[in-house]
Each structure stands twice: as C-alpha cells, then as structure tokens.
Write a protein that binds this ligand. Structure first.
Ligand code: DAK
Length: 257
C-alpha cells in the first residue's frame, strides 16, 4: 500500500515501518498515525512477518504529536476526534513490536516508543516528556508507562520539569533494552526483531500477552493468565514440534499452528 507519511519494508521476518515526515521531525499528525495503525495491522496479519520495528530518522524518532495540528483545537474537538484509536493499535497487535529510536523521542514520540514491547536506541537518542512547556501533560500514556519503566521519582522530574534522558541514562534506568552507535542501531534492532520473529509464533503471542498482563492485574490474577496460556499451548502443533525436536536433537520447524 502507498503511504504518505511512513515507509514500510520487509527485512526477512521483520516488518519495518519508518516514520517519514523529516521536515517536521516526524511530528505525529493524525494522518501519520492512521497510516501507522494500518501498517501495523497489515504486518500483524501477514504470516511471513514475525515481529515489527518502528523507526524514525537518525535525527528524530518523533518530536511528539503535531503541535500545529492541535494548537487551536477545543476540548470537544479533542474528545470527538478519537485521536487515541490508532495509537491503541501499537499496544494491541499480537506480534512483538520494537522501537528503534535515534535522536528526539519527545512527548508522543517517547510515548509511542514506550507503547512498543522493546526499545533499541542509538547513542544520540533523547527521551523526554516536554508537554509541561505547552501547558498540557502527556496524553498517550506517558504519566503511566514512564512511572512503570523508570519509577516515580524520575518520572516526576521528567514530566514536571522537562528532564531529558540520554540513551545511556535511559538504558541505566530500564527504559531501553540496548544502546548502539547511530550507524548500527537500526540493523541491530532488525537483527533482534528477526531473532524474536523466527520463534514459535503462538508462544510468542501468549508470552507477550502474559508479560503485559503483569502491568494490569494482581500477581495472583496474572499467574492464572500465565498458567492458562501455558496449558493452552499444549493444544498447538508447535508445542509438539518443539518438544519432539528437543528429544530428537534436531531444530524445530515452527508452523504457527
Ligand atoms: N509538532 C509540530 N511540528 C514540530 C514538532 C511538533 N511536535 N516538533 C518539531 N516540529 C517542527 C518545527 O516546528 C520545525 O518546523 P519549521 O519551523 O521548520 O516549519 C521543524 O519541525 C524543525 O524543528 P526545530 O526547528 O524546532 O528543530 P530544533 O532542532 O531547533 O529543535 C526540538 C528540535 C525537537 C527540540 C524542537 O522542535 C521541539 O521542542 N519540538 C517540540 C517538542 C514537544 O514539545 N513535543 C511534545 C508535543 S505534545 C494523544 C496522543 C499524543 C499526545 C497527546 C495525546 N492522544 C491520543 C490523546 C502527545 C502530545 C505531544 O507530543
């Protein structure tokens, strides 16, 4: 499909989505977000794809939601626009999603990265939630996901006082998985996506679902979900294949069935 604000590519089993509004540092306007949502759904439905990577440019992953687009909106405009719909797709697709972040990941850009399952950063990445400078607060999960990622004390500084995190700090505080030089972070993110994406598809889906439940329920409830998903996998051909391959000392061939 032809898109205006994103570019999609396939690298082995990894689907790559490049945010592509360079003149606006990939500011996330509603058209870009709609395209991103459609591309994510298309990769999620494509059996050849095992995992998805979202990236921007070396200069900017995304400098936030498009301030110019929302500057004059009323509260009712915002409420009616259902802005959050396409953003939700990032968190509801079944396959693992990775953000490959270089340069600015600010406001909605940081929130988009945090919606992904993992973040691979370049050494030049900068994470921040500067909405306070605009007289607003994060609106796409920043106040919730940042706290869970880096803890309350640091989240308060970042959101209340526009503290920005370097890639190295983001790694140290547990916001990102890995940091690489700017000329290799994307390739490394694709390698990671391909490594993950080559694994048993149904187990991947249920592992991701179970981990995400850890943020939404009590330990007892989460353990029930995990155990049910574990038992359910014994209904899959991939479980039989995986265990047979181990017993017979061969590589498994996953079918996603
Ligand atoms: N929106 C629109 N345009 C942007 C932009 C943004 N967020 N960020 C940068 N640009 C544009 C600039 O206006 C400029 O355009 P021209 O003037 O050339 O036409 C161009 O990109 C280059 O930017 P600069 O000239 O400013 O470049 P610098 O290197 O000097 O500065 C910067 C880079 C990233 C530090 C600076 O551009 C900046 O501070 N940008 C704004 C960062 C920010 O405040 N981000 C938070 C935005 S609020 C929600 C979903 C999402 C959100 C809320 C709700 N729901 C679903 C409910 C999210 C809200 C936000 O993200």
């Amino acid at each position: 499909m032809a898109y205006e604000f994103i570019i999609t590519e396939v690298h082995d089993r990894a689907g790559l989505i490049r945010l592509n509004r360079p003149q606006a540092l990939n500011a996330l306007n509603s058209s870009l977000m709609a395209e991103l949502g459609n591309a994510l759904l298309a990769f999620d439905a494509d059996a050849q794809i095992g995992a998805v990577v979202i990236t921007g440019s070396d200069r900017a992953f995304a400098a936030g939601a498009d301030i110019k687009e929302m500057a004059d909106a009323s509260a009712v405009d915002m409420l009616r626009s259902d802005l959050i719909g396409p953003w939700d797709i990032v968190t509801t697709i079944k396959k693992p999603v990775m953000a490959a972040v270089s340069g600015f990941a600010l406001g909605g850009g940081c929130e988009l990265a945090m919606m992904c399952d993992m973040i691979v950063a370049s050494e030049t990445a900068v994470f921040g939630q500067p909405e306070i400078n605009l007289g607003v607060i994060p609106g796409a999960g920043g106040t919730q996901r940042l706290v869970r990622a880096v803890g309350k004390a640091l989240a308060m500084e970042i959101i209340l006082n526009d503290r920005r995190l370097t890639a190295e700090e983001a790694y140290r505080f547990g916001l990102v998985n890995r940091v690489y030089p700017v000329d290799s972070y994307l390739e490394e993110a694709l390698n990671l996506a391909n490594s993950i994406g080559a694994r048993a598809p149904i187990a991947l889906q249920l592992a991701k679902e179970s981990i995400n439940k850890a943020f939404e329920m009590t330990l007892t409830e989460g353990l029930v979900i995990e155990r049910r998903n574990f038992y359910f996998l014994f209904a899959s051909e991939d479980q039989k294949e995986g265990m047979d391959a181990f017993v017979n000392k061969r590589q498994p061939q996953w079918k996603g069935k």
